[in-house]
Write a protein that binds this ligand. Sequence first.
Ligand SMILES: Nc1ncnc2c1ncn2[C@@H]1O[C@H](COP(=O)(O)OP(=O)(O)OP(=O)(O)O)[C@@H](O)[C@H]1O
Ligand SMILES: [Mg+2]
Length: 481
Amino acid sequence: MKKKLKRFAFYRSIRFYIMILLFVIGIVPSIVVESVIVQSYETRAVNQRTIMVKSQCEILADQLYNRGYLTDSSDEVINGEFDLLTRIYGGRIVVINNDGKVIKDTFNIDNGKYSLSQEVMDCLNGRESSRYDRDNKFIELTFRIQDPDKKSSSVNTKGVLLVSVSTSEISISKGILEERGMLILAIIILVILVLGYILSGILVKPLQKITQAIEGITDGYQDESISVNDYRETKLITDAFNRMLARVKTVDDSRDEFVSNVSHELKTPLTSMKVLADVLNQNPDAPIEEYQEFMKDISAEIDRENSIITDLLTLVRMDKKSADLNITNVNINDELEQIIKRLKPIADKAGVELILDSFRPITAEVDQTKISLAFTNIIENAIKYNKPEGGWVRISLNADRKYFYTTISDNGIGIPEESINNIFERFYRVDKSHSREIGGTGLGLAITKKVIVMHRGAIRVKSKLGEGTTFSIRIPLVHIV
Ligand SMILES: Nc1ncnc2c1ncn2[C@@H]1O[C@H](COP(=O)(O)OP(=O)(O)OP(=O)(O)O)[C@@H](O)[C@H]1O
Ligand SMILES: [Mg+2]
């Protein structure tokens, strides 16, 4: 239940992020476009209105001068025009003379008062202005009243025509535009959310499928594999998973194999010892020679038991991080000769010839015991897995400035291609039944590889079934920490 909930939360979060992403990608530009459209509408409308009012008022200002309105504000024609203009634009017209005195206010508020606002002062000084007050919804314009023939000089300014026109219809239109924009935005949001939900669902579905497929095989994964080929990526994931599964299976099989092998290997010497001891117990009068012989056999079995346990312990110890190398300068030629000398009796017994080709004297910084163990394991294998007759093992040693190279070739039974990649795995043995007769636990090469890797070296193997095997090893002459 808890697992299910966790999974649900995980998927929901992927969906959530996809939806947020779509939302941002879709909504942000929509909002920007909407506000740009509304804004440019407002600017255009205000500009148009300003141009229209300006062209009419410039003519009006000239008329004011020509008809001497500044001295006589009762001029019917002009007042009629004021009436018309204020009605059309819903505005206010104020005429101020060059003393700053209001001589006409169509709102009849400031008549006779002095109005010396900044705009009026500026205009009297020759600078006409136009200002849009968005908050109070009006445009305010000032025009100079002056002799139309001497317009260039600000000294001639005789008065100011101050015109305010309402922009409330522009605001209303803008409001309508904004409302529509919001409606469209809301529709876009809705569409994006629905699309996002569907799309994220489609994207997440293969992940759910993969989880289901994996859960389906967690218990009995032995021969199963999963396949979710909806997308290239899911195929890659499932392929990688299947490869991992295969590896786990190999390791698992090897472990089972190991447990049975080790138990068997450890039990065999015990069983022999038990039999030997029982025979002696049942024959208390057996001659001393028989006792001695049996004791010798028991001792050999104890040695075997001991060597298996030593192998296991060697590997376990090397697994630990703290495993240290005891580095000294070692004469590799001598070392190989020693190993060959030690293995000679076994080789002779198996009818295998041992040949050493040393191309030059080599000294390297290595852990003598561990390196010796690694080479012994490989040469021992080459003897063990050889022909019943006419077998040979050829060991060659060479070096360059950085590394020394050893190859160990045999003309033995060879390793099948499908097993080549597994032989360094612990407890792996190619032919279980046969290997058991020969003896061994499948730990030799695992130990060897570990030792070589600890020395920052490399090991490769080439083999052909029925023809023979060659192991090539490369180890740095100077120890790299
Ligand atoms: N030179 C070789 N020729 C053919 N097969 C080999 C050779 N070397 C190794 N093998 C195969 O690789 C397997 C693993 O070798 P490894 O040395 O790890 O284990 P082992 O020899 O079976 O046991 P151990 O070395 O632990 O006593 C062997 O069981 C054998 O099947
Ligand atoms: Mg071996």
